[in-house]
Structure formats: structure tokens, C-alpha cells
Design a protein around this ligand. Sequence first.
Ligand SMILES: [Zn+2]
Ligand SMILES: [Zn+2]
Length: 224
Amino acid sequence: MGAENAFQLGLLQRQLSDKQFPVHHQTAAKYLPALMEKFRTSSGPLNGPMALINSISYTPYFIRFCRLDASKGLAVIQTKRVAAAIDEILTMTPNDAGSIGQFLATILLLQGTGDVDPKDSKILLPKLKLWQRRFSGRLAEDTAFRVEMLLMSRGKTPEMMLPVLAMLASKLDKCSHPSCDRKERVGGGELMRCAKCKSASYCGSEHQKKHWPQHKALCFAATF
Ligand SMILES: [Zn+2]
Ligand SMILES: [Zn+2]
């Protein structure tokens, strides 16, 4: 891995390890299906539902939601909206362009690029170079770089992003107890999920009990 790639990855990991806000988890547990419907009927690359979904996209609720049929098309729709508005995005503030890039990079990573309209990739790829130059040294540059890597990989996860994807997936696919790396239940079989939030996984009831004092602040009844 080159120094530049290591830097990009480091930047993303810092973003992901930011403080967890319970209100983000609560919003995700309660409103993700409704937000997704609002998102579908909204327009443009930057709107209320998109900004709200982006702010909760680091939660395990969102990672799980992205695997459900209810979230189908999220990455495809947003890629189309970004491609249609790309010239406008290049005139936006670094913060707005950064939010658009961050959201698109996250959902393309989680949902894959396999269903993205090739016409949209063709519009975006040359413009993503301009995007990186325009917002050089900012988050907007880093996120545009990640979107470019994802779109160029044609359905496969770029190698440099595998650790990030693994880290996101581990929120669900690994025991949530911080000192446990098990990906299966003790004695075999799939990890058990917290029955209330369905967004924390455990190797058994012992680790679930031990983790509860930390988990309870982020555990909300999921509507999906
Ligand atoms: Zn465990
Ligand atoms: Zn829970």
C-alpha cells in the first residue's frame, strides 16, 4: 500500500472511530425505512433525507439496513443524481461537496457498484478528477478519490478499501464484545443478535450480558 493510500485509509478510519452519538443510533433504529422512502421521492444530490441518512451511516443499524431489500437502489439512485448534477457540485462549498462525496463513497462501498448505470460512471469518472483538483487537501478530495476507485473497480471492492469494508461489516458479523473476535456462536452456528435492536451480534449470552452496560446506551427497538 502506497503512502498516499495509507493516508486516505487513515483519514477514513478516523472518521469511523469518531464518538458514537446515541441520537444517531436512535434515529437510525426508528426512521431508516421512512427516511429511505423520503429519499426516493426527493431530488438532487444534496437534500434533507440524504444529509440525515449520511449522518447515521456509521451506525450498525445502517450497515444492516443496507443488506435489506428496503434499501435497494440507494447507491444506484444517488450515483445517478450526482452524475446529473456534477457540474453544479464542482461549484459548491467544500463542505457540501464533501458530504455528497462521503455519502456516495459509503453507500457504493456497502451496496457495491454492480448495479450502477454504466452511463453514470462514464459521466462521473473524468469529472471526479476535476473534483479532486478543485477540493485539493479537503475531505471532498478524499471522498471523490474513493468514489473514483469504487466506480473503476466494476463491481469488485477495490483492494485498498477491503479493510474499511471489513471494519464496517464487523459491526454485525463479529461478536460485539470488544475483546472477542468470534464470528460464530460458541459451539458453532450463526452469531446471535440482540433481540431489541437486531444490530449487535454475540457469540453467546455470556458476552451479551457482559457487553450490556456499554450497549444499552446505543440499543433501540428497530422498526426493520
Ligand atoms: Zn464473544
Ligand atoms: Zn441491542
